[in-house]
Design a protein. Sequence first.
Length: 498
Amino acid sequence: MTGRKQRGYCALRIYTVLGHTGAANNEGRPMPMDYKQYQDEVTADIAEVLSNAQCQPILFVGSGFTKRYADGPNWEELLTLLAKNCPLIDKDFAYYKQMHQGDLKRIGSVFSDLYREWAWGTGKSNFPDAYFTAEAPSDIFIKHAIAELLKDFGPDSTGSYGSVERDTEINALKNISAHAIITTNYDELIEPLFPDYERIIGQQIMRKGYLSIGEIFKIHGCRTIPESIVINESDYTRFEEDHKYLSAKLLTYFIEHPLIFIGYRAEDPNIKAILYDVDRMVRAKYQLVPNIYILEWDPKIDDKSYPARDKVISVATDVNIRIKSISASSFEWVFKAFGQAGDLEKINTKLLRSLMARSVDLIRSDIPKKHVEIDFKQLEHAVESGETFATLFGVTSLSDPSKVNLNYKYVLTGVAQKLGFSTWHKARDLITILREQSGFDMTATDNKYHIKVKMGHKSTNWTHKYTDAAVDLLRKVMNGEDYQVDKDTINVEDVLKK
């Protein structure tokens, strides 16, 4: 079949106001916009991004989350509380902030020293005996104090997070089937909301040989392991040294998945560090990064508001990045929008992670769907046996996955980069145009252009791989050139024989 790129035009004119776009009527006058329209447009945009990504969102959670739902402290407020609890910190916090020019890491180091001196003197009874050894880290005392300050954060005795509004927000949040959650918070507020997710603390992520589904990455440590907490200069020095390895582990998440920052200001250094890495990868050059959102609380929003839909953030000297912005006084509708991706499988996610850990070979399951009577004990036994779990449901292991990788060597991001784009979204658009022009859906079958393989995610989540032939075909679609489509499907084992 042949096809040619079609060019269409929209008769509706567009105008720009304060960083967002809106429709104009036929006479060129702006149509009235309000917060309801803003909500509808943002919700539709999120739905489109989730649909195009074909995967679950990533939640990146900061201290503003704890402040909203547990009245917890931000970094500066935490240091202020620590100052009040140590007799050797004998001046107001404002003095230390003035003395060290607002450098909270430096203040954390000063307070770490003062806590150590107090602990080895009159404050000894406030700390466990195990800390008073030559082997214990010198800053363990302030980290123990932090762990004590942050314990028992969560709902009150009635199960409420402070108000009916916040309770409905939490319920909406729990219905987001997040692929993973990343947080810089030390507290344990997020864990009970996602009880089946595995907690990965601090440098433990470096020791994981793979990234699975259903994990909470606590990259600045956790109160359950006080020594893991990142609070002073030496902690941040170590964290920054390891940052490139952490980024390498997580950057695929940030590029391939919808990502929403919750509980951060746009100026937060943690956000800037992440977005700087994203910018280096996608080379956005002021283009809007379509899959990254920042959610910010704005109590001034009313029914007539129409906030900006994007935000430019300076992430380094002469380096700026544009991401999508969501402003809200209530977060329920935002969390519901990100819940549109649907549920993950209603199975034990720990068992799913175990399956992934055992899945050394590339696994494919293209068998017809059928009902199987089986219980989790049988499945757990199969997981333990290693070799047998792959055949439990008629799944076969590819004997030489390297041959698949040799031919089907691109994920969609790689296809986009070969075509000159910075993100995968433009390549997805070309696949859609190809389908509309020729009736051929490249991703619907295994063919000379595309193959899909199961990597241990939910049954509707596949890893899609593409060939050079796919790149060539999509380039012709992009350039409006004539093209031929080979619609024949292939058998994956045939690929292995080539």
